[in-house]
Design a protein around this ligand. Structure first.
Ligand code: PLP
Length: 427
């Protein structure tokens, strides 16, 4: 089947021709690439075209596509049955490994990052007896009703700051503050003492492009909510096991942590956990209901264990970070225009090239990026066989399976594309 035939079939069936909005390429123009195969740092479309993949399935694939150890364990596990709706040893094993690596007393597995954050908030409300949740402009925590307020990436790309269909009464329980803004955080709690159940935050923001948290913001996050009896929920769905083995370490004093992506080895997963006294409020031990037919699924657990086995050596982190640093330097040079250049923000193996001279501090600044230039750049890179995430407001993911040649190719392509009309004209 040809790419266009697949797209056409999908357009007839799925809104926007996709099953998750950013995949539609709406914000960059051009057509989504139907992928039939992935191998290490590459993906292949239906016509056999190869791309260096820096989208990385939006984060889970630190080991790259089809890592042999992960594929093998999925095949072996599948041969013994794919779902039981019952306790399995793999759940306990992966749970123990994650708990130990992350310093979580207890946790629960779910099927997505959305479920993890949604349930962590339900738990925080139950624990505090309060309703209000504070989130930050441009942070994305999945698509549950109360969190689809100024939510970055896919939502930003489509120009929706809120989703239709979210009742005002629910959106009204979410307060949105600017990221990295300590006075705004302090002012919120000064004006609303005793109302806030939790503050939820991306430990390192990855959904408005990569935006670094400032040290004083991190310090305030760990002090101010607690001083007012509110919990801090660190969303580590992207950063958990990505920046290092375990949690990112950016918000060590958070009360609850949300995980996803890498811990499922490329299969659907989420988890949330933290202090035992909080987690004991979850059903059936406590009154906070949460459940899932496929939660703790044996294939997912097996893929997660195999992935963590490889990551625990530390080598994939060293390798991916070295490659990402090489990419960062190459992109800086490629985007140089006289005294100025586009800004490259990198943390470990995560990176964003912003079409603005300074790295943004918050979502308002990220939105000042030249998204038309990014669209031109994205299409140009695709023509050179490089698949980037299809939005200025996403993070690129380098994997340990990329090669030096891959990164050299990306850098050379960037040089060429940025010199061509269009992306080269960014202001
Ligand atoms: C920081 C963060 N939290 C939560 C989510 C939601 O995870 P999922 O897409 O698995 O529901 C995402 C998804 O990209 C994310 O980046």
């Amino acid at each position: 089947m040809h790419n266009e035939a697949i797209r056409e079939a999908a357009r007839a069936l799925f809104p926007g021709g996709v099953n998750s909005p950013v995949r539609s390429f709406r914000s960059v123009g051009g057509s989504p690439v139907p992928i039939v195969r992935g191998q290490a740092g590459h993906v292949f479309d239906a016509e056999g075209e190869r791309y260096i993949d820096l989208q990385g399935a939006f984060g889970p694939l630190l080991l790259g596509h089809a890592h042999p150890a992960v594929v093998e364990v999925i095949q072996q596990t599948a041969a013994n049955g794919t779902a039981f709706g019952a306790l399995t040893p793999a759940e306990a094993e992966l749970g123990q490994r994650i708990a130990a690596a992350c310093g979580l007393e207890r946790l629960r597995f779910v099927n997505s990052g959305t479920e993890a954050t949604m349930t962590a908030i339900r738990l925080a409300r139950a624990a505090t007896g309060r309703d209000i949740v504070v989130k930050f402009d441009g942070n994305y925590h999945g698509h549950s009703d109360g969190l689809l307020v100024k939510a970055g990436s896919g939502v930003a790309t489509l120009g929706l700051s809120d989703s239709a269909g979210v009742p005002a009464a629910i959106a009204g329980l979410t307060a949105v503050l600017p990221y990295n803004d300590v006075p705004a955080l302090e002012a919120w709690f000064a004006a609303h003492p005793g109302d806030t159940a939790a503050v939820i935050v991306e430990s390192v923001a990855g959904n408005m492009g990569l935006v670094e948290p400032e040290p004083r913001f991190l310090a305030a996050l760990q002090e101010v909510p607690r001083a007012h009896g509110a919990l801090l929920i660190a969303d580590e769905v992207i950063t958990g096991f990505r920046l290092r083995y375990g949690l990112s370490g950016v918000l060590p004093d958070a009360d609850l942590f949300c995980l996803g992506k890498i811990i499922g080895g490329g299969l659907p997963v989420g988890a949330f956990g933290g202090r035992a006294d909080l987690m004991s409020l979850i059903a059936p031990e406590g009154p906070v209901y949460q459940a899932g037919t496929l939660s703790g699924n044996p294939l997912v657990m097996a893929a997660g264990i195999a992935t963590l086995d490889v990551l625990a050596t530390g080598e994939p982190y060293r390798r991916a970070e070295k490659l990402a640093a090489h990419l960062e330097n190459g992109l800086r040079a490629a985007s140089k225009r006289g005294e100025t250049s586009a800004s490259v923000v990198r943390r470990g193996s995560m990176l964003t090239l912003f079409f603005r001279p300074e790295p943004p501090r918050d979502y308002a600044e990220a939105r000042e990026s030249d998204t038309t230039a990014f669209g031109d750049f994205h299409r140009g890179m695709l023509e050179h066989g490089v698949l980037l995430p299809p939005s200025q407001f996403e993070t690129w993911f380098v994997s340990a399976a990329h090669t030096e040649d891959d990164i050299d190719h990306v850098v050379q392509a960037a040089h060429q594309v940025l010199r061509e009309a269009g992306a080269g004209g960014w202001r």
